[in-house]
Design a protein around this ligand. Structure first.
Ligand code: ADP
Ligand code: ASP
Ligand code: MG
Length: 451
């Protein structure tokens, strides 16, 4: 069995879904379980819908629902034009999902209150809609596709918007349900991103979470591999939307891919690696607009070469220094700082400590940050530097690669923090936001000049 996951751009319209059908058709012998995201930009539209409802903007709500209907109705009509009966059934299913959403959003709009639970319910609709239409499209192409609601399989805690699965329960659910539904099917189709709590309430796995769903299905089904189909030729030496002339990475280890994701490379969701590594299942990153390209294999560390793999970055970060006027010791400093950050679940991308200072990299716009700074201010002086960016060179053996730090200082003019990750998979630098682009370009050229 293999898992094939298609992201939003890979299912965004009729042509893209045509490519999906052709890619999957060539793999039916491998018994695929196909995982799909919402159509490109639909999750964003649904987030806006939730906000407009909370703000009680009835006109905004109506307009967004109209756009949602139009996009999905048109897609179904284009895909199923030659199969009127299938089209009729598909439009009924799509309409049911959208009118249920309309009723629900009407309730939110009436009370003007949006809980994470309600928001998860609203944004889960994108994957339910896309997967419904794509299932009809497969059947219209005479491929027997069984659609399964992922909420029956992935069981999570009740952090509705960033829900974490109970992997044991989830694995048992997936094995049982996929086992039953596979009978008589050429393929199984389900949704990424969506899940439900053990009480059956809809939850989602966090933005970009469909990659994670695919890896969970792979782990549960002991898949031969997990294929992540996206809009670039595999994992590259940097984000090709930001740097020109990037190179494709042929093979990368689980640890390096996880480090890249943690340091901001969007190509794989940070949690994707863990379930795959658990069962040593290779992940292949492929391009749905260029299926001939071999893509990138993500495999066990001893099967991947050493050396720098990629440059990742995070823009819009806060660089925070917490300084005590006493020599507290590293344990005290870290203990006291995290005693404030942990209860607020403030995400820390990087940290470094000395006996009297802790430096932190934190995403901008984090809830609870202001209160945390006030609390820390009761015993330390806290300085928050804005308009900073984080640049990380990722790869096993990076420690032996000379000149990276010198290059960053030379180009950026000022490095606010430099740190090697504890597993020595990455070396990271905090620089000024306005020096990000030029530093990325020079560093990329320096590290990958041969490529
Ligand atoms: P999908 O909708 O298929 O999940 P995403 O937009 O989430 O696609 O991820 C693919 C995008 O990741 C690419 O278009 C690219 O801009 C970005 N990206 C960031 N870093 C890298 C990298 N190192 N290699 C390839 N793509 C990257
Ligand atoms: N549709 C969700 C999002 O846009 C999940 C995903 O695409 O991975 O974040
Ligand atoms: Mg993605």
């Amino acid at each position: 069995m293999i898992i094939i996951k298609f992201g939003g751009t890979s299912v965004q319209n009729e042509e893209a879904i045509g490519r999906v059908i052709s890619i999957v058709s060539g793999k039916l012998k491998e018994k695929p379980l196909v995982v799909v995201s919402a159509l490109a930009k639909v999750t964003r539209l649904l987030c806006m819908l939730a906000e407009e409802a909370e703000a009680q903007h009835e006109d905004g709500v109506k307009d967004l629902l109209r756009q949602l209907r139009e996009r999905h109705f048109n897609l179904a009509k284009n895909l199923l034009a030659e199969r009127p009966k299938l089209l009729e059934n598909c439009l009924q299913d799509v309409e049911r999902l959208i009118s249920d959403l309309e009723t629900f959003v009407g309730g939110v709009c009436m009370i003007g209150e949006l809980s994470p639970r309600s928001e998860a319910r609203i944004i889960s609709t994108g994957e339910l809609l896309s997967s419904t239409i794509i299932a009809y499209a497969f059947n219209a192409n005479d491929i027997t596709c069984h659609w399964i609601d992922a909420r029956r399989m992935i069981t999570t805690d009740d952090h509705y918007l960033y829900a974490r699965p109970d992997l044991e329960v989830t694995e048992a659910n997936i094995k049982r349900i996929v086992g039953l539904e596979s009978r008589g099917a050429d393929l199984i189709l389900t949704q990424g991103f969506v899940a439900s709590t053990d009480k059956g309430v809809t939850s989602v796995l966090g933005f970009e979470g469909s990659d994670y769903s695919a890896a969970i299905f792979g782990m549960a089904l002991d898949a031969e591999r997990v294929e992540i189909w996206t809009d670039v030729d595999g994992i590259r030496t940097a984000d090709p939307r930001v740097i020109s002339h990037t190179g494709k990475i042929d093979v990368v280890s689980y640890e390096e891919a996880a480090e890249m994701a943690a340091m901001g490379a969007r190509v794989l969701h940070p949690l994707t690696i863990e379930p795959a590594r658990k069962k040593n299942i290779p992940i292949k990153v492929l391009n749905s607009t260029n299926p001939e390209c071999e893509g990138t294999m993500v495999v066990r560390g001893d099967q991947a070469p050493d050396g720098p793999k990629s440059i990742a970055f995070r823009d819009g970060i806060l660089f925070v220094k917490v300084t005590s006027d006493k020599l507290e010791g590293v344990t005290n400093m870290l203990g006291k700082v995290f005693a404030t950050l942990y209860p607020r679940r403030i995400p820390v991308t990087l940290s470094g400590a000395t006996e009297s200072e802790v430096c932190l990299v934190i995403p901008e716009e984090v809830g609870g940050f202001k209160e945390a700074v006030e609390e820390l201010g009761s015993w330390a002086s806290v300085t928050v530097f804005r308009d900073k960016a984080l640049i990380s060179v990722v790869g096993r053996g990076i420690v032996g690669f000379e000149g990276i730090g010198d290059k960053v200082i030379e180009v950026s003019g000022k490095v606010h923090m430099a740190i090697m990750s504890a597993n020595m998979m990455s070396e990271s630098f905090v620089v000024d936001h306005d020096k990000l682009q030029v530093t990325l370009e020079s560093l990329h050229e320096y590290v990958f000049k041969e490529g």
